[in-house]
Each structure stands twice: as structure tokens, then as C-alpha cells.
Design a binder for this molecule. Structure first.
Ligand code: COA
Length: 143
């Protein structure tokens, strides 16, 4: 759990480059509870990538609640992070492929992921994995 919290902390630091409003302290309380729930539930999965004795990356995802206005069974990749020294070695791809396999077994029709528009590496990575841009979330600052 501690290792996952540290990886989550690194993910938040990385996402902070795109979104300065993120709460760095989230990992320690709510984040811990969130991970525990994801590990315990049948409707979610927590994958870790190990190299030797070291956990070098993780992926957390779950089955989403089906909306009546769009009755599609979907899973979502909620958190994913690979340590910088271990990137571009296929770790992320393997995590996603395993998640897609689990999604298929969970009778899922679609897989969702949110990526910041400025995270060009993340977008490129997901496109390579077969994801396509769908809706665009827009936000504005209120002054
Ligand atoms: C996005 C992220 C998870 C990708 O992880 P990764 O382990 O580097 O992913 P992969 O190695 O599978 O693929 C990345 C690149 O390596 C290439 N690659 C895959 N297998 C490879 C191999 N065996 N040898 C060399 N390169 C390889 C891929 O083609 C890809 O190349 P590209 O960046 O030029 O398109 C990682 O960059 C990361 O943690 N980023 C910060 C957090 C983040 O953005 N998370 C996603 C949003 S939630």
C-alpha cells in the first residue's frame, strides 16, 4: 500500500505540470481509502509492474456505473504511472494490455481514460494503444 501511495504521489506531481490545482496531499488519506476500495472490489483492478524486487509502475481502473442515457458498459483507467527510469521499455503498454484483457473478461464494450491536453506523451501513448479522442472537456478560470 505504501509503495502504491508513493507512486500515486508521483502521478500527482507529474499531473501537476498540467494542473497546478491538484491536491498533493490527496494520496495520504482519501487516496489510501480509494486504493483500498479498488483492491477489495471485484469491479475494479489494481495492477503493479515489478522489476526485480522493485515496483516500477501501477495501473488502477474500475467498471463504471452504466448511464441510462448511454447504456454502454465501460471501464476506466483511473490512475497509471511508470517510474521515469523504467519508461519506454513497454511497461505501460503491458499494464494497459492486461487492463484491456480484464475489461474484455468483464464484458466491457468501451474503455475510458482522461488525459490532460498538455500531456502529449500520455496522449501519444494512449493513441498507440488504440484509444481515440472522444469528447473534449473544457474549463475556464472565473475571475
Ligand atoms: C504514459 C506512461 C504510463 C507510459 O509508460 P511507458 O512504460 O513509458 O510506456 P511504454 O514503454 O509501453 O510505451 C512508451 C513508449 O515506449 C515505446 N516502447 C514500447 N515498448 C518498447 C520497447 N520494448 N522498447 C523500446 N520502446 C518501447 C512505445 O512505442 C512508446 O514510444 P513513444 O513514446 O515514442 O510513443 C508513462 O510515460 C508515465 O507514467 N507518464 C506519467 C504519468 C502519465 O502521464 N500517466 C497517464 C495519464 S493517467
Amino acid at each position: 500500500m505504501k509503495v502504491l501511495q508513493i507512486l500515486n504521489q508521483s502521478l500527482i506531481q507529474s499531473d501537476k505540470k498540467s494542473d497546478k490545482l491538484l491536491n498533493e496531499k490527496w494520496s495520504y488519506n482519501e487516496g489510501r481509502r480509494f486504493l483500498k476500495k479498488r483492491i477489495a472490489s471485484k469491479n475494479s483492478i489494481c495492477l503493479v509492474a515489478e522489476f526485480g524486487n522493485e515496483i516500477v509502475g501501477y495501473l488502477v481502473g474500475s467498471v463504471k456505473k452504466m448511464e441510462s442515457w448511454r447504456p454502454v458498459r465501460r471501464t476506466e483507467i483511473e490512475e497509471m504511472f511508470v517510474k521515469e527510469n523504467f519508461r519506454s521499455k513497454g511497461v505501460g503498454s503491458r499494464l494497459v494490455r492486461h487492463f484491456l484483457k480484464w475489461s474484455k473478461e468483464s464484458k466491457t464494450q468501451r474503455v475510458l481514460v482522461f488525459v490532460y491536453d498538455s500531456n502529449s506523451k500520455g496522449i501519444k501513448f494512449y493513441k498507440k494503444m488504440g484509444f481515440k479522442k472522444d469528447r473534449l472537456a473544457m474549463e475556464m478560470e472565473v475571475r
